[in-house]
Design a protein around this ligand. Structure first.
Ligand code: SOE
Length: 383
């Protein structure tokens, strides 16, 4: 395990829990956690039961007793570690986004494919049982032709202008480390799920904004220009002819992690909401007219994806279980030689979309509205 932050915890929890709930073909041994700060790494080792600690990822990657490298460190470390791990013949799991941009991710994909090592990106929301069920319903053709895909991911934790950028916990605000702001951090989730459910995205038109232009940098101590996007929205054309509408921000006061997606097809529609993650809203126009309406399906039954491994019908699971599901799928895939997605290639495809969003936003290709009749004038005329 490379990294001992938030994602190090979600992944470690997954590997500890997975053999308790899923029949997996390997014994998972937490061999080593690697982090620059030895004291922090040792504390993490104690909490999660790792056998040893490394403070240099190169040492970790060289170790002969390690088969799988899991990268849960900040985005600017992904490429270096993943490429070295591939060259050492390790299977690799990498936290999202795969790289800071498409060019960087491409080098990771090339290294992994050249070495033919199993690989996976932790786009965990694919494995919320309700989202996996949505995938099944779309694949079965129940929605018919798809017209619209809508998604948003809203947070509010960076609104204060006094919040510094950079360093532990705040590297997501430092463009050199993160690569981008909400586009690579939050929209990337929406894009991964969208392309999984609705196929490739062909083209985008976008707008981004950095509301707070300067912040103190935790590592240099100086006030520095903010290089990330605080908010990002884009319209998309999917290869299947449907239209997409995406938004992410860290400035939506009141929203902590509101990820919502909606798909409208000719026969049926689906809505899923992370705050109510165990429910899938489903409307089917082919239902008998008198009874037609939105169904709120409680995804807790044993015939729902992954649910037979947990409790009894009616009892819910949560966020951390999505990582357990991914760990289970990864281990089973390793054994049968077919690790399921999201692969590094899928991660690269998402990074190409986020690249396109950022380029489109920079082009600022806006059509000015005829301002002859402003709102105030219209109001006056109506009066
Ligand atoms: C950002 O706050 C963040 O932690 C993302 O980095 C995660 O990918 C997302 O799942 C929750 O929000």
């Amino acid at each position: 395990m490379v990294g001992y932050g938030f994602m190090g915890r979600t992944h470690s929890n997954a590997f500890r829990r997975v053999p308790n709930f899923f029949e997996v073909p390997y014994v998972v041994v937490l061999k080593a956690v690697c982090g620059r700060n030895r004291a922090r790494a040792e504390a993490f080792q104690q909490t999660w039961g790792y056998e040893s600690v490394e403070t240099d990822w190169r040492r970790l990657v060289e170790r002969k007793d390690i088969d799988v490298i899991d990268i849960a460190s900040p985005n600017d470390t992904h490429a270096e570690v993943a490429i070295a791990a591939a060259q050492a013949g390790k299977a690799i799991l990498c936290e999202k986004p795969l790289g800071r941009n498409g060019a960087e991710s491409k080098t990771i994909v090339e290294a992994a494919e050249k070495a033919s090592v199993p690989n996976m990106v932790w786009y965990n929301y694919r494995r919320v049982p309700a989202v996996t069920l949505a995938k099944e319903l779309v694949s079965e053709g129940r929605l018919g032709r798809i017209f619209h895909y809508r998604a948003k991911f809203l947070q509010d934790w960076t609104i204060s202008k006094d919040l510094p950028q950079g360093g532990e916990g705040l590297w997501r605000l430092d463009v050199r480390v993160a690569g981008s702001g909400v586009t690579g951090d939050l929209l990337a989730h929406c894009i991964d799920t969208a392309m999984w459910l609705n196929g490739a995205i062909d083209s985008v038109a976008a707008v981004t904004e950095t509301f707070i232009k300067e912040r103190k940098h935790n590592l240099t101590g100086k006030v520095e220009k903010v290089g990330i996007d605080d908010a990002s929205a884009f319209l998309a054309r999917f290869a299947n002819g449907s239209l997409g509408n995406f938004e992410a921000t860290r400035y939506a006061r009141g929203h902590k992690a509101l990820y919502i997606l909606e798909i409208n097809g000719e026969n049926a529609s689906i809505i899923w909401d992370l705050h109510d993650l165990h429910r899938l809203q489903y409307f089917d126009h082919r239902d008998e007219g008198r009874l037609r309406g939105w169904r709120s399906i409680h995804i807790t039954d044993s015939d729902h994806p992954y649910m037979k491994h947990w409790w009894v019908p009616g009892l819910q699971i949560g966020y951390e279980h999505t990582f357990v599901h991914q760990a289970a799928d990864f281990l089973r895939g390793l054994a049968n030689g077919n690790v399921p997605g999201p692969s590094f290639r899928d991660g690269l495809a998402t990074d190409y979309v986020t690249d396109a969003v950022l380029v489109a936003a920079k082009k600022d290709n806006w059509e000015k509205v005829n301002s002859a009749y402003s709102i105030s004038r219209l109001t006056k005329e109506t009066e």
